[in-house]
Write a protein that binds this ligand. Structure first.
Ligand code: NCD
Length: 329
């Protein structure tokens, strides 16, 4: 398994004046900056509900989606976010282009810089890839990490936090459970960091021992190995997919067995607080980690997460490019 990058200098993503240069991980963002992104997201959520959804905040800027790993939801929401801000957008599927012809990653980057691109959105299977790129790009280019290995997925954590705040208010009184393949999940890691920064009442993780990272308790979470005790009274349930592309070997006996022990069914959902929210970063595997009746049920906000994900990405892009204006609705 790819080792996790060690502690990264926060000066890479925050400039000496405290402004966001790149968004690489949630760690080090601090309460005020995180809250500012969530507040700015509110205005983009309103904009996206209007008839005309386009604003000129990134007009004249070029955004490049550099995706080295397959993605549908994240790539399309970044693309749409950039288009709604009037940026020009290029989508590069790098598995299929220059890297297979032997060009190095740095050569690819320098070619894009030579075309005066402004913002790179990076998804890569290796932990630390977005940091590497941020370290090597020209000073006028910004980088947003759209998921690096099992390390970080900061915009997913921001949209999860926004979803919770919108539906339940401040997080300090809430109990949140993250369920499933914690070991391979960049979403779980980034979520936990965001929840800690916002002083969440309680964060639980529920998983079989084989799918938990060693030392996860050091992040301040309570560990449970069974759904019946772990879900009791929680306000928010975040379900995770089994991330098979990052597994080498057998981590669970079978999907059927996994669903019988860790699947979120209506009966198990009833153990949580009344009106608890059900969340999932997608793609959701019905009948493996979640029953269809729950995924499509009244407590599910899975599609709302997609809606808010678009607004969060607009908020992050404008903050990084220094173009978020007070004149937003
Ligand atoms: C997540 C990811 O890619 O880490 N999905 C996403 O961003 N929509 C979670 C996952 O793939 O399971």
């Amino acid at each position: 398994m790819t080792p996790m990058p060690g502690p990264l200098p926060n000066s890479l993503q925050i400039d000496p004046k405290g402004r966001l240069k790149h968004l690489l991980s949630i760690e080090g963002l601090g309460h005020d900056l995180l809250t500012q992104i969530l507040d700015n997201t509110e205005s983009f959520t309103e904009l996206n509900e209007q008839g005309v959804k386009k604003v000129p905040l990134l007009r004249g800027k070029t955004v490049v989606n550099l995706f080295f790993e397959p993605s549908t939801r994240t790539r399309t929401t970044f693309e749409l976010a950039a288009k709604r801000l009037s940026a020009d957008v290029m989508n590069l599927n790098l598995n299929a282009s220059s890297t297979t012809k032997g060009e190095t990653l740095l050569d690819t980057l320098h070619n894009l810089e030579a075309m005066q691109c402004d913002l790179f959105i990076v998804r890569h299977a290796e932990a630390g890839a977005a940091h590497f790129i941020a370290r090597h790009v020209a000073p006028c280019v910004a980088v947003i990490n759209a998921g690096d290995g099992r390390h970080a997925h900061p915009t997913q954590a921001l949209l999860d936090t926004f979803t919770i705040r919108r539906h339940k208010g401040d997080l300090d009184q809430l109990s949140i459970a993250i369920v499933g393949d914690i070991l391979h999940s960049r979403v779980a890691r980034s979520d936990i960091h965001a929840f800690n920064i916002l002083n969440t009442g309680e964060v639980r993780v529920i998983a079989p021992r084989t799918l938990l990272s060693i030392g996860i308790e050091e992040l301040g979470v309570k560990v449970f190995h069974d759904m019946e005790s772990g879900l009791k009274g929680v306000d928010i349930i975040i379900m995770l997919r089994l991330q098979r592309e990052r597994m080498q070997g057998a981590f669970i006996p079978s999907e059927h067995e996994y669903f019988s022990r860790y699947g979120l069914t209506p009966e198990r959902l009833a153990l949580a607080a009344p009106n608890a929210l059900v969340m999932h970063p997608g793609p959701a595997n019905r009948g493996v980690e979640i029953a269809s009746a729950v995924a499509d049920g009244p407590q599910s906000v899975i599609l709302k997460q997609v809606t808010y994900g678009l607004a969060v990405r607009m908020a992050v892009m404008t903050l990084i490019m220094g173009t978020h204006s007070e004149s937003m609705p």
